[in-house]
Design a protein around this ligand. Structure first.
Ligand SMILES: NC(=O)c1ccc[n+]([C@@H]2O[C@H](COP(=O)([O-])OP(=O)(O)OC[C@H]3O[C@@H](n4cnc5c(N)ncnc54)[C@H](O)[C@@H]3O)[C@@H](O)[C@H]2O)c1
Length: 322
């Protein structure tokens, strides 16, 4: 299918990942209808494409019914839905479990059903590594989360239940991303906010602060690679035009300790201060790394090394500082 014939609904388009995805889809020639209530997203994240003639923005809550129908009034040939809007703060989800379930589970299920009933071509949902709970076995495979898994927060629980519903329906795909990083990420992100924080401190010549001994490991994946994963899942790139179905991990398979990350950022920012160690945070998972062989078999191939990705982020962060 010609990209200029493809029309996509992107929820969470003013957020970190959603804004990169919308920008990439528009650059390919797709039309994009973006939806966001600006709860954690920002208009400035859309600056690069807000005026694009093929972009329409609705400031709107995804819990409001009729989203697919509304999008189709603007663009009757709507074919693909990328659903990224969510409550993303884990502490907020603990304090507000009902709101989290309403947004991350109920609205996701409704949107998925509406897309299926409308006969749309693809539905891609932003699942999460948080669906795995405190699993001890790394690298983590998709099957590690099941009905008995205890997620550590309503955020993880809602994502798990939504992913399971989508997978059981046979229509649509859930991408369980690990720690996504890159330009436009908020320093408060539970996933890779640590990178933005390290960068900020590194650039100011302040010591980097590490919770615990820094031996915790994470799988940091660049937002540009994640966006390619979204396109692949929707059947817009890759070996076949058929959208994927089911659940797929999205990561690099490389584990990086927080101490290694601190050293890399210190080197890049020219910060020679010794890191400061603070007491470890309760509930901090020790090791997390993706087994993404299932997604790799479908054609996913992350190609930005952490060093290169951090250099890109650093350039962006310097530009923001002016
Ligand atoms: N960043 C990561 O490392 C990571 C990892 C795994 C999964 N995810 C998932 O990817 C998606 C995007 O995450 P992100 O890091 O870009 O976060 P983000 O906060 O930057 O983006 C989420 C967007 O959703 C919007 N939103 C929230 N509630 C809404 C509602 N009720 N109606 C409409 N819009 C709403 C926010 O305003 C924001 O723009 C989320 O679903 C998140 O759970 C992110």
């Amino acid at each position: 299918m010609e990209d200029s014939r493809i029309a996509c609904l992107v929820t969470g388009c003013a957020g970190f990942i959603g804004s990169h995805l919308a920008e990439r889809l528009l650059a390919r020639g797709c039309s994009v209808i973006g939806v966001d209530n600006l709860a954690t997203g920002h208009r400035r994240n859309m600056a690069a494409f807000a005026e694009h003639p093929d972009f329409t923005f609705f400031e709107r809550d995804v819990c409001a019914p009729g989203l697919v129908a509304k999008a189709r009034t603007v663009c009757p040939r709507l074919s693909h839905v990328f659903h990224l809007a969510a409550v993303v703060s884990v502490p907020y989800s603990v304090d507000h479990p009902r709101h989290t379930m309403a947004v991350n589970l109920d609205a996701s299920v409704s949107l998925h059903e509406a897309a299926r009933e409308a006969g749309l071509r693809a539905f891609v949902f932003a699942g999460s590594a948080a669906e795995y709970g405190e699993t001890a076995t790394v690298p983590i495979v998709e099957g590690a989360a099941g009905p008995d898994t205890v997620q550590q927060s309503p955020y993880g629980r809602a994502k798990f239940l939504a992913s399971a519903r989508i997978a059981a329906s046979g229509f649509g795909v859930s991408l369980r991303c690990f720690n996504v990083y890159g330009p436009r990420q908020s320093a408060s992100s539970p996933y890779s906010g640590v990178i933005s924080l390290f960068m900020e401190r590194g650039l100011c010549g302040r010591p980097l602060t590490i919770f615990g001994d820094g031996g915790q490991t994470r799988d940091f994946v660049a937002v540009s690679d994640v966006v390619e994963g979204y396109l692949l899942a929707a059947g817009l790139t890759g070996p076949t035009e058929t959208p994927l179905a089911g659940i797929f991990n999205v990561g690099t398979g490389h584990s990086t300790s927080i101490l290694e990350l601190a050293r890399l950022v210190a080197k890049l920012t020219g910060n020679d201060r010794e890191p400061e160690f603070l007491s470890s945070r309760q509930g901090d998972i020790r090791h997390s790394v993706a087994d993404f062989s299932k997604f790799a078999a479908a054609g996913f191939s992350p190609n930005l090394s952490l060093e290169k990705g951090l250099a890109i982020l650093l350039d962006w962060q310097r530009l923001q500082k002016g």
